[in-house]
Ligand binder design. Structure first.
Ligand SMILES: [Zn+2]
Length: 294
């Protein structure tokens, strides 16, 4: 896809595709405005422009990206291009359908570089992370968690703490049709918080969580922790775990459900010395226990 710069550049991108990629749920050309606390959809989309009738914010696709992700003009163009957003005209759309699908398949992680270097926490995200989950602000900022008004945007870094290997979205809304977790296409199956392996003392305990939320809760309670979001991830990280296992320092609070039990069984076969801890009665995972007892 090529970018040509003209006064109307922002209008070359289909604003509904852009809005959807930004996590806005547009129905009948309307959605909740992400720029103010909106109870009824005040943001409307018309003629490839957006406008909020309540707080007055308005503009084209580029303005929407710039304002919502906090990017510069050039970075917004890169983001649009990297996300395979189709051009506005139906003719162009049709001609490029196959190209757009191809571009849609893999996310260009370099377009997220800026976002994770300058993470944004929206009010929705802050409420979820700090009010509901009571997580430590430093933990979230060290892990460079970012957000838009409906999703957390979670980077998976390599052990060097710098190379981006994967991106995960965590939906914060109440629409049951939207998947809670989603990986960006092209993400590698890796353990979350890999950099921790580089700063683990030989006598230190490492806790293994099933997901990022439990991992954040473990870290917020002062423990060292990683998350293993899938079985493929586990296989890819086995050498790391075996290294820690030598020092008999792997620990786990299995979730009180089948996936939790399965993860424990898999880890046990990989690292037989793993120490199992029991969650307090009535708590299904560590994140819940953390909220209840912190
Ligand atoms: Zn508004």
């Amino acid at each position: 896809m090529h970018i040509t710069t003209s006064t109307f550049t922002g209008n070359r991108y289909d604003i509904l595709s852009v809005a959807s990629r930004l996590g806005l749920h547009v129905e009948r050309n309307k959605c909740l405005c992400p720029f103010h606390s909106d109870k009824h959809p005040s943001m409307t989309f018309r003629a490839n422009y957006f406008r909020c009738w309540s707080c007055g914010v308005h503009g084209d696709s580029i303005t929407l990206v710039r304002r919502l992700l906090g990017l510069s003009y050039g970075e917004s163009l890169q983001w649009l291009d990297g996300n395979g957003i189709a051009g506005a005209q139906p003719v162009v759309l049709e001609a490029r359908a196959s190209e757009v699908q191809k571009a849609d398949r893999v996310v260009d992680f370099s377009t997220y570089r800026y976002l994770f270097d300058n993470p944004i926490l929206t009010d929705v995200a802050k409420r979820f992370l700090f009010d509901q989950r009571r997580l430590d602000e430093k933990v979230i900022s060290d892990l460079r968690v970012s957000s838009n008004h409906s999703h957390l945007v979670i980077p998976y870094f390599a052990e060097d703490g710098d190379s981006l290997l994967g991106i995960q979205w965590r939906y914060l809304g109440n629409d049951s049709r939207v998947p809670r977790f989603n990986f960006a296409r092209g993400s590698k199956p890796v353990v979350y918080n890999l950099p921790v392996f580089g700063c683990l003392e030989s006598s230190e305990k490492l806790y293994i969580a099933e997901g990022t939320s439990d991992c954040w809760a473990l870290l917020s309670s002062g423990k060292k922790a990683v998350a293993v979001p899938s079985a493929t991830t586990l296989a890819a990280a086995s050498s790391h775990f075996q290294r820690v296992q030598k020092h008999k320092n792997l620990h786990i609070f299995p979730d009180r459900d089948m996936p939790g039990e399965n993860l424990f069984i898999q880890l046990k076969s990989l690292a037989p010395q793993i120490v199992r801890h029991q969650l307090p009665p009535g708590c299904k995972d560590f994140a819940e226990a953390f909220v209840r007892f912190s």
